[in-house]
Design a protein around this ligand. Structure first.
Ligand code: GDP
Length: 366
């Protein structure tokens, strides 16, 4: 194309036409982009049983998906993986933010992987909708594990209620076990919500504590102590070593105030340093001793059976609740019912009963 500046007026200046710039987006990109082939439930199961991490991740994504067609496949995959699951030791790890969970999990993980086998790290974080996943920026939080070929790290499912999030993690455990992961860590932020959920899916519940009265009392107050099979005081390094020992003694004394656990095992209190890797062996000696102990006295099996029962009821509750609240007319009627209750025209119980009666009559109609 002739450039205006090539006209006679601009003597001595010559602008060449140059090269036409290509589109910034390659029009063939879409065509060449590799689409992941859709897999059937059996193909998912086959991949999982082979230990294929990519397929395992995709199956977990289906579990987490809210789309009904994904949930249908996910259910089938879980069902088919179930006979291959159960052969792992599941360890719950809880502690307040800053207790050193991620630092410790990285160190713990490297320790157990040294003994062989495969480790999956999962999480339940009821606040994850806000923070977009508890294992926030896992890639940096657990550097060594992330790079380890035998570790699988998956952040908390983010959508839904605590019950829903926990159920998804529980189902992910099944798939991980079917994929050959023989050690599972389930992390939860110790702020009093996720612990019960984690406790209901693990064989050993490890409670990470810090020195400092505030934290210690918090743990006691929230009843987490009763759930703990082991309490560990982190950051027992440098100047903090002695404080950690003092805190450990305090916990040992406090533990005596609680009724003896059903497992017959007396929870132990240890100090360690996740960052410097001190006394990690002792922490795991405690965990493996517990596992041997409860396998011997039958409590291991009993606890897993109780958990299976718990999850059956949880699933029923979750499903009934969703069905009720997702009913379009219930949603409308709830708004009116709330107004009636707030204005004192109806009692809470009457309003609830009216809604339930309506729901049941609707169910009968279809
Ligand atoms: P989380 O919120 O429980 O996951 O805690 P992090 O693992 O992110 O740790 C919180 C802070 O404590 C970080 O600055 C860590 O470097 C530090 N930290 C973790 N473990 C230790 C430890 O064993 N000793 C010391 N001195 N600091 C630690």
């Amino acid at each position: 194309m002739d450039h205006p500046e090539n006209s006679e007026e601009y003597k001595g200046i010559k602008v060449s036409s140059g090269v036409v710039q290509p589109d910034s987006v390659n029009p063939y990109f879409r065509k060449h982009r590799q689409r992941k082939p859709k897999l059937s439930a059996s193909e998912f199961v086959e991949g999982i049983l082979k230990g294929d991490i990519t397929i395992l991740s995709r199956a977990v994504t289906l579990i987490e998906s809210l789309r009904p067609e994904h949930q249908t496949i996910a259910r089938e995959v879980i069902e088919k993986c179930l006979p291959y699951s159960g052969n792992s030791v599941r360890i719950g790890i809880s502690g307040v933010p800053g207790a050193g969970k991620s630092t410790s999990i990285d160190t713990f993980g490297m320790h157990v992987l040294k003994e062989g086998g495969k480790l999956a790290v999962l999480a339940i974080d009821p606040s994850s909708e806000r923070t977009k996943g508890s294992i926030l920026g896992d890639k940096t939080r657990m550097e060594r594990l992330t790079a380890h070929p035998n570790a699988f790290i998956r952040p908390s499912p983010s959508a839904g209620s605590l019950g829903g999030v926990a159920r998804k993690t529980r189902e992910t455990i099944i798939l991980c076990e079917a994929a050959g992961f023989d050690k599972i860590f389930v992390e939860t932020v110790g702020v009093g919500q996720g612990e019960t959920a984690v406790h209901s899916m693990v064989d050993f519940f490890l409670f990470i504590q810090l020195t400092g009265m505030g934290d210690e009392l918090q743990g006691i107050k929230r009843g987490i102590m009763e759930m703990a099979d082991g309490i560990v005081i982190n950051k027992a390094d440098g100047d903090n070593k002695q404080n950690a020992e003092i805190a450990a003694n305090l916990f040992r004394n406090v533990l005596h105030l609680f009724p003896a656990p059903k497992s017959g095992w007396t929870p132990q209190v240890l100090t360690y340093s996740g960052f410097y890797g001190y006394r990690i062996k002792e922490v795991f000696n405690m965990i493996w001793s517990y596992i041997d102990f409860v396998k011997e006295n039958g409590f291991f099996e009993h606890r897993r059976n109780e958990q299976a029962k718990y999850w059956m009821y949880e699933s029923i509750n979750e499903s009934l609740k969703n069905d009720f609240y997702n009913h379009p007319e219930i949603a409308e009627r709830l708004v009116d019912a709330e107004k009636r209750v707030l204005s004192g025209k109806q009692t809470s119980f009457e309003a609830a009963q009216d809604l339930l009666d309506f729901y049941q009559s609707e169910k009968r109609r279809f």
